[in-house]
Write a protein that binds this ligand. Structure first.
Ligand code: CMC
Length: 430
């Protein structure tokens, strides 16, 4: 028996198979179970992929026990301190930090693609004014594929690249237009002279009738939040993008599917849910009641912004955001009562045996909503901002999946628990 193998024995039949162990750069070894069904005729069952690697990837690494997050090998703390969002986009997509020339060229490409086709703009009038901006995002991003039939060959590297540039460039424009539609204001066109995050804020908050100055502290905070949300390996939305893309659907369709998956409160929708929860708690004196509810298995209430499938330690992104929340709120409203409730909730939960035992720490979404709120971003736009930032992760993971020489359509198997085979019964005999 090889050292780099795992032997599986079917005790019912006595048959056994030796499966190879795969070793990555970091992280646990992975058993290649591809031969399990051909050799033993059995599948594996892993609801929620708790022990299953769905792909090989060289983009992002997380050590959930230690609270480590690396993009292409670089620690998130270093990128947050020294880089900016578009440089991080370059790093994720191309695999290396850019030279000055490469960076300038890339920023120029993204800037030039930030407008959307006027035809696409008319889509907005079809949406009800009360439509959630995420519902508009799912529709409009999917519809982008209707405008680029000339560049949708998924195996053509130039087509892949131009689609990536278009998505990174146009998502802020599409997102801000969703917001403008919901408040009945005219869409604001992108401004090439503004950096990425400042341009987004300008499209969100300026109006044609007035002058508007982007607050540089807000632009910096948005840029940092975008860096922290840029990629997070095989989370639900990224896995959705990979699975949808594995059918060889175009990247706009695959990413639209990813936006849908991001929307739920167990994933990207948590930042919106955190604010709703803090508003409901309202007063620090009420916290013990809500903590008790979160621990009660008969109650469906959970502390939003707490817990993570992979992090069993402080989410490294939450550490960075927590610091930023304090700094930002010091420059704006002073003592925000919501931040006070958040701090107290964090303190109580981290001391509570239930949360300690289950290793439930605040995650990235616990603080991001508080920061967005302080900047005047409406609550229903929080997950949209997550979608803008994650677009680079989705398109990079899509490109890696589509470029894999061993690419196959993603097609899980199942444990069938339905009715056994039976014969059709005529209606009068039922
Ligand atoms: N409040 C109370 N109990 C919790 C919470 C919570 N937020 N999260 C997990 N638990 C409990 C859970 O009930 C279970 O208890 P037990 O072992 O007694 O049955 C235990 O902790 C393990 O939880 P799990 O549900 O098995 O963990 P999971 O990996 O399936 O779920 C999660 C991870 C993020 C969906 C979950 O922690 C959660 O719902 N958190 C709140 C929503 C949230 O903040 N989501 C944002 C995630 S980070 C950003 C992103 O990925 O988009």
């Amino acid at each position: 028996m090889g050292k780099d193998t795992v032997t599986i024995i079917n005790n019912a039949t006595g048959q056994q198979v030796e499966l190879p162990l795969m070793r990555g750069t970091h992280g646990p070894d992975v058993v290649d179970i591809g031969q399990l069904y051909p050799k033993l005729g059995i599948f594996t069952y892993d609801s929620g992929f708790k022990s299953t690697a769905s792909c090989k990837s060289g983009i992002t690494f997380i050590d959930g026990e230690q609270g480590v997050l690396l993009y292409r090998g670089y620690p998130i703390e270093q990128l947050a301190e020294k880089s900016n969002y578009l440089e991080v986009c370059y790093l994720l997509y191309y695999g290396e930090l850019p030279t000055k020339e490469q960076y300038d060229h890339f920023v120029g490409m993204i800037t030039r693609h930030s407008m959307i086709n006027e035809g696409l703009r008319h889509f907005y009038s079809g949406f009800h004014a009360s439509a959630h901006p995420m519902s508009i995002m799912v529709g409009v991003v999917g519809a982008l594929s209707a405008f680029y039939h000339d560049s949708l060959e998924i195996d053509n590297p130039r087509h892949q690249e131009i689609s990536a540039h278009r998505l990174i460039a146009k998502l802020p424009t599409i997102a801000a237009a969703s917001f403008k539609h919901s408040i009945g204001q005219p869409m604001v066109y992108p401004k090439n002279k503004l950096p990425y995050a400042a341009n987004f804020l300008n499209m969100m908050f300026s109006v044609p009738a007035d002058d508007y100055e982007v607050n540089p502290i807000h632009a910096k905070a948005i840029d940092l939040l975008f860096i922290l949300h840029a990629d997070h390996e095989q989370n639900a939305s990224t896995s959705t993008v990979r699975l949808a893309g594995s059918s060889e659907a175009n990247p706009f369709a695959a990413i639209s599917a990813g936006i849908g998956a991001l929307w739920g409160p167990a994933h990207g929708g948590a930042n919106e849910a955190v604010i709703k929860m803090l508003e409901e708690i309202k007063d620090a004196a009420q916290i013990p009641k809500y903590v008790a509810r979160a621990k009660d298995k008969a109650d469906t209430f959970r502390l939003m912004g707490f817990g993570h499938r992979v992090y069993k330690n402080y989410d490294p992104r939450a550490k960075i955001i927590r610091k930023m929340a304090y700094e930002l709120l010091a420059t704006t409203s002073g003592n925000d009562p919501m931040l006070e409730v958040a701090m107290k909730l964090e303190e109580l939960a981290l001391k509570d045996e239930y949360f300690i035992q289950r290793k439930l720490y605040p995650n990235v979404d616990f603080y991001s909503g508080i920061i967005y709120k302080a900047m005047g971003i409406p609550v229903n736009m929080f997950t949209v901002l997550f979608a803008i930032a994650r677009t680079i992760g989705w398109i990079t993971q899509w490109k890696e999946m589509i470029s894999d020489e061993g690419r196959v359509i993603g097609r899980p198997r199942q444990l069938y628990t339905g009715a056994a085979q039976r014969d059709y019964l005529a209606m009068e005999k039922r």
